[in-house]
Design a protein around this ligand. Sequence first.
Ligand code: NAG
Ligand code: NAG
Ligand code: NAG
Ligand code: NAG
Ligand code: NAG
Length: 574
Amino acid sequence: MGLPKCLNFLILAWSLYVICNKKNGVEGLHKIYPQLQSISAPSVGTLHQTGYHFQPPRNWINDPNAPMYYKGLYHLFYQYNPKGSVWGNIVWGHSVSTDLINWKVLEPALYPDKPFDRYGVWSGSATVVPGRGPIILYTGVIDERSNEVQCYAIPANASDPFLRKWVKPDDYNPIAIIEQGVNGSAFRDPTTAWWIDGHWKMLVGAKKKHRGEAYLYNSKDFVNWVRAKHPIHSVPNTGMWECPDLYPVSLRSKKGLDTSIVGNSVKHVLKNSLDVTRYDYYTVGTYLWKKDKYIPDNTSEDGWGGLRYDYGNFYASKSFFDPSKNRRIIWGWANESDSTEDDVKKGWAGIQGIPRSVWLDPSGRQLVQWPVEELNNLRKKEVQTSNQILQKGDYFEVKGITAAQADVEVTFSFSSLNKAEPFDPRWVNAQDLCAQKGSKIQGGVGPFGLLTLASKRLEEFTPVFFRIFKAPNKHVILMCSDASSSSLANELYKPSFAGFVDVNLANKKLSLRSLIDHSVVESFGAGGRTNILSRVYPTLAVDNHAHLFVFNNGTEKITVKSLKAWSMRSANIN
Ligand SMILES: *[C@@H]1O[C@H](CO)[C@@H](O)[C@H](O)[C@H]1NC(C)=O
Ligand SMILES: *[C@@H]1O[C@H](CO)[C@@H](O)[C@H](O)[C@H]1NC(C)=O
Ligand SMILES: *[C@@H]1O[C@H](CO)[C@@H](O)[C@H](O)[C@H]1NC(C)=O
Ligand SMILES: *[C@@H]1O[C@H](CO)[C@@H](O)[C@H](O)[C@H]1NC(C)=O
Ligand SMILES: *[C@H]1O[C@@H](CO)[C@H](O)[C@@H](O)[C@@H]1NC(C)=O
């Protein structure tokens, strides 16, 4: 039911007034810059543009939405501002691919043009419903106070593999509204639905006071949805849960599973994007589908101290099952670490991480992630070296590749852990520890690793490295991706991102892979057990002036067992 036109206009004028008077207000925690939302840069700054990480030709993007495989094509939608390079004017950008690496941009799929989404078409997910084709569930914003409802959209022509045009039927929309006890502006991001026991089920992120929650909804027909009495899971003091994701992982293999699989041979993963810290956390646990409950295993900490998909810039991720290769793939958004002024000037902001295959580690305690194999098709010139010994303070350059756009895989070994520094149990926060003991503070076993996006004389570099400590009954492995010396430019966010690595050191080896791409260093430690994506903006270490080094700054000598590095071709993204 539409409101009379003049009333609409008044509401629009009022909401603009409200938004404009909010000045840098925070909405869904995007800083709001009303004056900048529709300013288009005269030309796009290419200096730090990525060569193979997904980004549209220009403008702002954030969350990946509704990734899916359908009729031979991968679809990626994303929150997109068609008019500028700060958050605002959000529509659903849409790109398609046959290989997850090269993309073709299509017309945006969803615009805010219905009474149930006039103030926003926010994040959502796709479900390929047997016999009916794909259905998108997404969040519609219904007023200027950001009250949210859940809506659905269907393809105009489900026989068209490109799914170019989407319709939002008036029948049954919105499919979930604000009910009593639900905070209407903390109620968003429906998941992919799964089918169990005669019902479709899906989650919506929420919070109650400071308790983060994921509501569960049931439907028999995908249009009439009823909220279950209790959230599927909730945790006090975690704030708003954005972009929840619940899916099975196999206890037996690396193969991914359809979202509807349950049973004894699987565990489930619940991921939430915590609005307060702006990171993606997950637990491994059990989904009790008869009770509509999820219970994390006691090996998974549930909250801000818990496991993360990535310990760097990586947020609002979404997974999907790819039936063509039997794998589950995660997409995550990496925001910029430069200033808003820089974004307006360069005419773009936001990239997506490289899509990652995900599976359960044999330990059962955590996930493992690895760039999709299709990425390897971009590898061109290869250089390699092996059995190079690095004493304390040694480093060498990996020459012969385009170090600003590269892929590097390295395995380090050491003969003993005797020199590992003692671990202070107060060091609970890996990022603080990395900031305190960066690559420049010499250690026992480590720091050793790569110096990425380095200038010739090391005025700028982003070190990605390990450092091993000795605790009473175990070793503690720290992995850092430290942006603090990444650029001579000021006004940048230069965090010393870090995580601990849960891996057995019995073979005295540690591996590292880094995807280096002009303004991003995306690293996978110990085969993808701990991962860190950093955004950096060198001023000297750009294009042909970028270098790659391997270093050791610990007293224990380190052997570079094997190192392979490749120049990377640019993907065809637009
Ligand atoms: C739907 O898409 C199919 C496949 O592209 C096409 O053959 C057909 O003509 C389309 N139908 C309509 C009504 O556009
Ligand atoms: C509802 O959520 C919004 C946005 O997070 C918050 O500002 C507001 O205080 C919440 N209201 C209540 C009653 O908790
Ligand atoms: C954790 O759960 C397992 C069973 O799933 C149990 O055997 C173990 O004792 C529990 N450990 C703790 C510390 O509670
Ligand atoms: C290694 O340590 C020395 C001495 O602290 C320091 O000057 C050098 O910059 C460090 N190397 C790296 C790559 O940080
Ligand atoms: C990315 O930008 C940095 C620097 O401005 C903020 O600190 C992060 O909170 C932000 N991350 C997200 C997910 O918005």
